[in-house]
Design a protein around this ligand. Structure first.
Ligand SMILES: Nc1ncnc2c1ncn2[C@@H]1O[C@H](COP(=O)(O)OP(=O)(O)O)[C@@H](O)[C@H]1O
Ligand SMILES: [Mg+2]
Length: 234
């Protein structure tokens, strides 16, 4: 039994299904990565796991509990956090205000968690009074991840956290994500930088046209000649 699993997910945005019997799972303290071509349904699978897409078939279970019918907000209350692919920060709000927004469901003292986020991403501490819109792309992604961490989640879901950032910034962000996973949080992540992401993945999923094409450890997928040829550029 996985910590979090979207099991046999089938569904889409209207009458046409985008996901076809798609299964994605992640364990505590591990990093699961979804890769695949544009339009494969990676973001759709993330939305389905987070409750933003009604499933026609299949179930989402967290620690064995069926949460398929829960709203995204109810899933947040259960420990899930999601950083969507786009528009994941409030650009007119300061860094600190963004982090405070992330904690809106909490009634306890959030200062300790905010300090943890500043320890993880020191630049955010330095720029806490600046509007997030003034930050670089990589720093904005840090704000988005930091905001998600403010709920003290047990599962962190990231849709293309390194989109549009330089290779050095990508490596740094991956190092921080590994650090977060080591605290026991389950990380479920979609990545365009497939090779680098599979490098840090305990488990990898190759999605094609809404279906699971390959599922294995990151290491095994990187070594698989078919995966390399078709999805990793040789
Ligand atoms: N809001 C939406 N309404 C209708 N179709 C959508 C919507 N979002 C995505 N799609 C379609 O679903 C398919 C999968 O998209 P998506 O999950 O965004 O792929 P990926 O993240 O792998 O690039 C694509 O054909 C896309 O056009
Ligand atoms: Mg996407």
């Amino acid at each position: 039994m996985s910590f979090l699993i979207g099991d046999g997910m089938t569904g889409g945005y209207g009458s046409a299904d985008i996901l076809h019997d798609c299964t994605i799972a992640v364990e505590k303290g591990e990093i699961a990565v979804i890769v695949g071509p544009n339009g494969a349904g990676k973001s759709t699978a993330m939305k389905a796991v987070f409750g933003m897409l009604p499933l026609r078939l299949g179930h989402v279970r967290l620690e064995g509990e069926d949460i398929t019918a829960l709203t995204p907000q109810a899933r947040v209350a259960k420990g899930m956090a999601f950083v969507p692919q786009t528009q994941n920060v409030f650009t007119s709000l300061t860094v600190q205000e963004n982090l405070e927004m992330g904690a809106y469901l909490r009634r306890d003292d959030i200062r300790g968690t905010m300090e943890q986020v500043f320890d993880l991403f020191p630049i955010l501490g330095e720029k806490r009074r600046q509007p997030a819109g003034e930050l670089s792309g990589g720093q904005r992604q840090q704000v988005a991840v930091g905001r998600a961490l403010m709920t003290q989640p047990s599962v962190l879901m990231l849709d293309e956290p390194t989109a549009g950032v330089s290779p050095i910034v990508m490596d740094e962000l991956f190092d921080r994500i590994i650090e977060v996973a080591r605290t026991g949080i389950a990380i479920l992540m979609v990545e365009q930088n497939a090779r680098q992401a599979l490098n840090i993945a305990d488990r990898g999923y190759v999605l094609v046209q809404g279906e699971n094409r390959y599922t294995d450890t990151g290491e095994a997928l990187l070594a698989n000649p078919d995966v390399r040829r078709s999805f990793l550029g040789g």
